[in-house]
Design a protein around this ligand. Sequence first.
Ligand code: FES
Length: 105
Amino acid sequence: MGNWVEACAADDIDGEDLIRFDYDGHSYAIYRSPEDEYFATDGLCTHEQVHLEDGLVMGDTIECPKHNGVFNYKTGEAKGAPVCVNLKTYAVKVEGGSVFIDVGR
Ligand code: FES
């Protein structure tokens, strides 16, 4: 059972970039890869709860704007100090030009 929520238009996100999406008291980050695939993670860094929206997307990674911690936004994997807790990831689909994420609740 999914709980798919429409987050934005596919074109709202530039390639190799992300946007913030808040829903039901929770903050998400939605990414568009250089290959025009879409991904979603929790919006807050697992280090100090800073939002990743101002972070830097490079290839398949997101760099936190605060202490430059790096995650793989496709898998959520924390790539090294100071981040050591993985980001939660969410399923994404694109339909009719809109991006949906499965918020799972
Ligand atoms: S808050 Fe993200 S690396 Fe410290």
